[in-house]
Ligand binder design. Sequence first.
Ligand code: ADP
Ligand code: MG
Ligand code: MG
Length: 193
Amino acid sequence: MFTAQAATTWLTKFGDAIATNKAYLSDLDTPIGDGDHGNNMARGMTAVQAALATQTDADLTTVFKTVAMALISKVGGASGPLYGTAFLEMAKASKAGTTDLPTLLAAALAGIEKRGGAQAGDKTMLDVWVPVVAAVQADKLDATVIATAVDSTKPMIAKKGRASYLGERAIGHLDPGAVSSGYLFTALLETEA
Ligand code: ADP
Ligand code: MG
Ligand code: MG
């Protein structure tokens, strides 16, 4: 059972990782994007942490919904609606009665796929979400799964997002949204431990 308290811990840790790596994420977005991913995510996660800090007795649905709303309203860019959708779908799934983490994450992944129209191999955050959610479902998520998924974006040509305008010039660069999603799931591993 994934509790509201676990979700709050998870997302607070994620916010800390984003704050620590804000400049790095924007640097990754510079050669293959517009150099704002770290700033976008930091703006959103600062708002998430502020909102969560005021909600001491929230249930799981409320926690996810609060996160979704803060991300959608503050992040902007391509990543804001995508991360926002992920948390909105987890809010919906939890409201429908599930507290099972693999089921919640599968709903989030389906939301990102539907909203962004990308698939694994397109050099986006989905290159982390797809293998990580599969690993969670198999109860096999560890730091290696996450690192391998993040690194897999380096040799890829992008088919979605700003990096897709670059063709082969995107080769050799990590996808910034894949890296931030790596932080999301590293924070989850630290929460479950
Ligand atoms: P923007 O590109 O609008 O400046 P960000 O820099 O915040 O937005 O986010 C860029 C990240 O968003 C990319 O690195 C990629 O992981 C992700 N992304 C972009 N388009 C899509 C999509 N269609 N599906 C999934 N992820 C996407
Ligand atoms: Mg950008
Ligand atoms: Mg931008």
